[in-house]
Design a protein around this ligand. Sequence first.
Ligand SMILES: [Zn+2]
Length: 96
Amino acid sequence: MTKAQDTDDAEDFCRICGYDEERFWEHSVPRSAICPCCGTESGIGDMGEPTWEGLTGIREYRGHWVGNGAQWRSPTLRPKGWDLLKHIANIPPEWR
Ligand SMILES: [Zn+2]
């Protein structure tokens, strides 16, 4: 199945940082996938609701990650010329 055929493309993105090479959620169930970029495990660090109040935890986690230099958990996977602002622009709008 390609991404274009998915019913919920937002599940292919890390809710914290926007990394998109992993499936973090499946049918609204976390897959316990650990993001190689920000290190968040789906179902642990990214729980919340896409509402202003419900995003508080996600925004705190993201802010902490960025505030500490947006370090990659798996630095070897970091693309050459990686751009933080382009990366976080991948965060699905409802999780920003
Ligand atoms: Zn991430």
